[in-house]
Design a protein around this ligand. Structure first.
Ligand code: FES
Length: 266
């Protein structure tokens, strides 16, 4: 883990309530892997110096920057939206365990929703560069909440979009698209991040098609480094049973888990 002073290079709205910040962070850029996150400290005025966990959306080690995509929701992200270009912030990272890659030649399906899309972008670009066949499926409430094709460039060979209101792509659940993709391609590696109900449904469909599924869990985090135990998830116990599971900390034991390990709370 690196404690780095990063500098805001750009910070702009890229979809309704979604902002993309590019941070000069040469040390973290050289280390971060898809699925990992950073903990950024922002001066929010009345609630000063809050840290917020943000998934890494992409890195450029040569240029020395990282991208983070975040949704304006609450005092921390509202404060980050207002930070001026050139502002310097304290940043811890990269944190957590990254996604693991499948065996060579395995087709991959990435499913993202809401603020779960950024790690899918980073992972998709990495898998594509390594020659994997990648499909990226994104669910959102409406067209206005979807990222542009330009922002998703290089993330996948096929991109599918779903909206709740039918204003873009498939009208309905992103898991409908996942089912179609698994039926037509027989892909055996699924990766997902997003709202709890969505990733649980993705895990269910993956199990139905006998595809391995890695989930990146989102949870409220305080310390982000394993001390406060404020981010636990129930997982299978040492006997592989989920009904009387053990607990793991998402920030240091995750955020990426094998979906079969999770005790899904319905
Ligand atoms: S956020 Fe403190 S232990 Fe995970």
């Amino acid at each position: 883990m690196i404690d780095e002073t990063v500098r805001i290079l750009t910070n702009r709205e890229v979809a309704e309530d979604f902002y993309l910040a590019r941070l000069a962070a040469p040390h973290i850029a050289g280390e971060a892997l898809p699925g990992q996150f950073v903990n950024l400290k922002v001066n929010a005025g009345v609630t000063p110096f809050l840290r917020m966990p943000l998934s890494v959306c992409d890195v450029n080690p040569d240029a020395g920057y990282i991208d983070v995509l975040y949704q304006e929701a609450g005092p921390k992200t509202q404060a980050l939206c207002k930070q001026p270009i050139g502002e310097e912030l304290s940043c811890l990272g990269p944190l957590g365990h990254p996604f693991t890659h499948p065996d060579k030649g395995t087709d991959c399906v990435l499913v993202g929703g809401g603020i779960g899309v950024p790690p899918m972008i980073f992972l998709g670009r990495r898998l594509m560069r390594e020659g994997f066949d990648v499909a990226l499926l994104i669910g959102a409430r409406s067209a206005a909440k979807h990222l542009s094709d330009e922002l998703l460039e290089g993330t996948a060979l096929r991109i599918g979009r779903a909206t709740d209101d039918g204003s873009l792509g498939h009208c309905g659940l992103v898991t409908d698209l996942l089912r179609q993709e698994l039926e037509s391609t027989g892909s055996k590696a699924v990766y997902t991040c997003g709202p709890h109900a969505m990733i649980e449904a993705v895990a269910d469909v993956s199990r139905e098609f006998d595809a391995a599924c890695q989930v990146s869990l989102e949870e409220y985090m305080a310390c982000g480094i394993g001390i406060c135990v404020g981010c636990v998830v129930r997982v299978e116990n040492a006997d592989g049973k989920t009904e009387y599971g053990d607990y793991k900390r998402i920030c240091v034991d995750g955020p990426v888990f094998d979906a079969r390990e999770i005790c899904w709370e319905h």
